[in-house]
Design a protein around this ligand. Structure first.
Ligand SMILES: Cc1cc2nc3c(=O)[nH]c(=O)nc-3n(C[C@H](O)[C@H](O)[C@H](O)COP(=O)(O)OP(=O)(O)OC[C@H]3O[C@@H](n4cnc5c(N)ncnc54)[C@H](O)[C@@H]3O)c2cc1C
Length: 412
């Protein structure tokens, strides 16, 4: 390692940019390099499937910092150049332009990439994946010209792009392999709310089936074929079948990797001078007592401050509960907490699912693991308190909108 080697951050997304900000805020005044393979300076992705895609917010709003911020804060931004290899022993990374960059400490914030759909026709013109700003621009253009599209995958991205397409008056057929969109993440009752929302907005929902082929004419999408042979015509296809963390550098460098880069509660990897944060990190969560990888905006927003402090030698740990949100048509939702499929034994609703104004709680042994508020606001703090307390609740009170959420704990 050279004398006065910089701190290097690989991945100029939200997590990378917030880490640079946090390092400066915590007083780090040494050289700092932020390397990204995209040509855009760091931006936030949630608007790409929502207000930006719908033309309701300007491009300038997506960026994490102003153009000048990097220079003003002494952050060397190297864009459009992927890091191709990592040598932990030699404390250096190699960039695609052949240059080598030494580091004193390194943060991997490489995020994740869309999972490809392994069917014939996947490479046809008119098949879209949504991750980058340019993808959103292409989709926006597609919504202007297409009259019918097929969306493959009823997860968050699939549903949000469906809502955006419907708002642009494009006909949508949504194909989901499970019985309902979001069934695996939310369970049946809550998933039904989202299914109802989309059918009411005119979406042709095809669940319990899957696409076996994307068909084309002259190299351009013409539709999809479903298991069983049915063909659905389409001018474009959007694939949203999940993401995979970009762990390539970590794997090549021999770091511990298992569903993301394994890091401790201070976000330090199995190498003492390498940290990870954001979508790519599978972090030990002190409250949950296990490693989790969170593919959501709030995690990429908050984890970097902990990583930065840890890089500066502070004794810290990241214990925030996972939080995410979605907006679809007139439905706004926030979800706080964490529960895997089958991790709960009861779902309790408070409010009206029919009016789509409710909070759903996932419980195990009467303890709240997670809460999802739909068109009900200002309840994230009490939900967080219910989860972090680990105390049992009285289910009848939890379900009763008349009882404040601060008064639902079981007595005795
Ligand atoms: C369309 C869309 C909508 C979303 N909506 C929501 C939402 O409503 N709510 C929510 O909670 N979350 C949402 N998310 C998820 C959220 O945006 C992510 O969790 C967040 O972007 C993760 O940030 P990150 O910085 O960890 O990774 P990323 O944003 O993926 O950034 C990582 C960056 O590193 C770059 N990179 C990777 N490998 C290398 C390399 N070897 N060299 C150099 N650079 C590299 C990547 O190209 C990328 O620019 C959405 C995501 C998408 C795509």
């Amino acid at each position: 390692m050279a004398v006065n080697s910089p701190f290097v951050i690989v991945g100029a997304g939200l997590a990378g940019a917030k880490a640079a900000e946090a390092l400066r805020e915590r007083g780090f005044d040494g050289p700092l390099v932020l390397v990204g393979d995209e040509h855009e300076r760091p931006y936030e992705r949630p608007p790409l499937s929502k207000e930006y895609l719908q033309g309701a917010s300007p491009r300038e709003d997506v960026y994490v910092h102003s153009r000048d911020w990097y220079e003003d804060n002494g952050v060397e931004l190297r864009l459009g150049v992927p890091v191709t290899s990592l040598d932990p022993g030699g404390h250096a990374v190699t960039l695609a332009d052949g240059s080598s960059l030494p580091f004193a400490k390194l943060l991997l914030a490489t995020g994740s990439s869309p999972r490809r759909l392994p069917v014939p026709g996947e490479n046809l013109d008119g098949v879209h994946y949504l991750r980058r700003l340019a993808d959103s621009d292409r989709l926006k253009e597609t919504f202007r010209t297409a009259s019918r599209i097929v969306v493959i995958g009823g997860g968050w991205i699939g549903l949000e792009t469906t809502a955006a397409a419907r708002s642009a008056d494009v006909q949508v057929t949504l194909v989901e392999a499970a019985e309902l969109p979001l069934l695996g993440v939310l369970g049946r009752e809550a998933a039904e709310v989202f299914a109802g929302l989309h059918t009411e907005h005119g979406v042709d929902l095809r669940c319990g089936t899957h696409v076996t082929e994307i068909t084309g004419e002259d190299g351009h999408v013409s539709g999809v074929r479903l298991r069983g042979g049915e063909r659905i015509e389409a001018d474009a296809v959007i694939v949203g079948v999940g993401i995979t963390p970009d762990t390539g550098l970590a794997v090549q460098a021999g770091l511990d990797v298992e569903d993301g880069i394994r890091v401790d509660a201070a976000l330090r990897s199995s190498h003492p001078d390498i940290w990870a944060a954001g979508d790519v990190a599978c972090a030990l969560h002190p409250l949950l007592g296990r490693h989790i990888r969170v593919e959501h905006w709030a995690n990429a927003l908050h984890q970097p401050a902990t990583a930065a402090r840890s890089m500066l030698g502070e004794d810290v740990s990241y214990g925030r509960l996972p939080y995410f949100f979605t907006d679809q048509y007139d439905l706004g939702m926030e979800y706080t907490g964490h529960t895997g499929p089958g991790g709960y034994d009861q779902v309790v609703f408070r409010g009206s699912t029919a009016r789509r104004e409710f909070i759903a709680f996932w419980l195990r042994e009467r303890r709240v693991l997670a809460g999802m508020n739909v068109n009900v606001w200002e309840v994230t703090d009490p939900i967080r308190t219910l989860v972090t307390s680990g105390l049992p609740v009285e289910v009848a009170k939890l379900a009763d909108v008349g009882v404040p959420l601060t008064e639902v704990f079981a007595e005795g």
